[in-house]
Design a binder for this molecule. Structure first.
Ligand code: FE2
Length: 311
């Protein structure tokens, strides 16, 4: 029988596993597939080490965890539209924005977030692979919403109960109302028309807290593309969101992945937040991502009256 090796990613963390021994042949074994699916459910993040660095292998590993999903934004670059469904490319280039944090200019930086927040449906997972690795930086961070919930001050956590933020595809940092580092500034905007193309579209709504089938509560929120709280876009709403977010960031215990080309990482998009730490301007970084279909069933879009007003 085929076997894989499983260990904790880091003994001090509440989440994450590292798996070696995954090959195309090993993945034909139904018991291995079931073991990996359960490990993903239990640990939220799996780092696969020493896997064949191909798009085909990325798709094969991804399909262990569910069917693939096409990215909901048609303008997002596809890695190989002819051959493979659902592999998107994210890379450095002149189209990429530049931000400055602590005096350092960075490309490919993204704050803590979950994917498809702007959508009503939340994909089950993403699988990342790094094809070009920045020689300095380029790390991807992962953080467990179960751990964050457990460790938050109960008084602030109580304020998040029943609150559902609004999200859209205006991802310009100049429009982000909270959750940016104190030393942050935009040097060059990302070349994107998404905010114009989607202006006027209803926002999505996702609860800050939700409960997994195993009874664990999850903190699940992002300042990225956040447009307020359902029914409240006032300054006070943003102050409350910032207070809740700052508390989550106070207690967060993340894992930061340093990439090798033979790594692949899957994360549970309903439980785990992720961030891109960025790399110095001028360095090349290319990652490919697959998206695994599914839904946690708690997201929805704002409803509008016949006059187009948000209800
Ligand atoms: Fe992401």
């Amino acid at each position: 029988m085929a076997s894989i090796e499983v260990r904790a990613l880091d003994d001090s963390l509440s989440f994450g596993a590292e798996v070696t021994g995954v090959t195309s042949a090993v993945l034909k074994d139904e018991s291995v597939r079931a073991q990996l699916a359960q490990l993903f459910e239990d640990r939220g993040v799996i780092v696969f080490r020493g896997v064949e660095p191909t798009a085909e292998m990325q798709v094969e590993i991804s399909k262990v965890f569910g069917p693939l999903k096409e990215h909901p934004v048609s303008s997002v670059e596809r890695a190989d539209a002819e051959k493979l469904t659902g592999v998107i490319a994210i890379g450095t280039g002149p189209h990429m924005g530049v931000v400055e944090i602590g005096g350092q200019k960075l490309q490919t930086w993204q704050p803590w977030h979950f994917d498809h927040a702007y959508n009503n449906e939340l994909n089950r997972a993403g699988v990342l692979r790094s094809l070009a690795i920045a020689s300095d930086g380029g790390l991807t961070g992962f953080a467990d919403g179960v751990q964050i919930y457990r460790d938050m001050d109960p008084a602030i956590r109580a304020k998040a109960e029943g609150i559902s933020p609004l999200y859209n595809l205006d991802l310009r940092y100049t429009e982000q109302r909270f959750g940016l580092p104190d030393t942050f500034r935009v040097v060059r905007h990302h070349e994107s028309k998404l905010h114009e193309m989607t202006a006027g579209d209803p926002c999505s709504i996702h609860p800050i807290l939700w409960t997994r089938p195993d009874g664990e509560k999850v903190f699940h929120m992002t300042p990225y593309g956040c447009r307020g709280i359902e029914g409240d876009r006032s300054d006070a709403a943003f102050e409350l969101l910032a207070e809740i977010w700052d508390e989550a960031m106070r207690v967060i215990k993340p894992y930061h992945h340093q990439w090798h080309t033979t790594d692949m990482v899957i994360w549970d998009n309903w439980r785990v937040l992720h961030e891109a730490c960025g790399c110095p301007e001028g360095q090349e970084r290319v990652v490919h991502r697959t998206t695994i279909k599914g839904d946690y069933g708690l997201g929805r879009f704002e409803e509008r009256s016949a006059a187009g007003q948000v209800a």
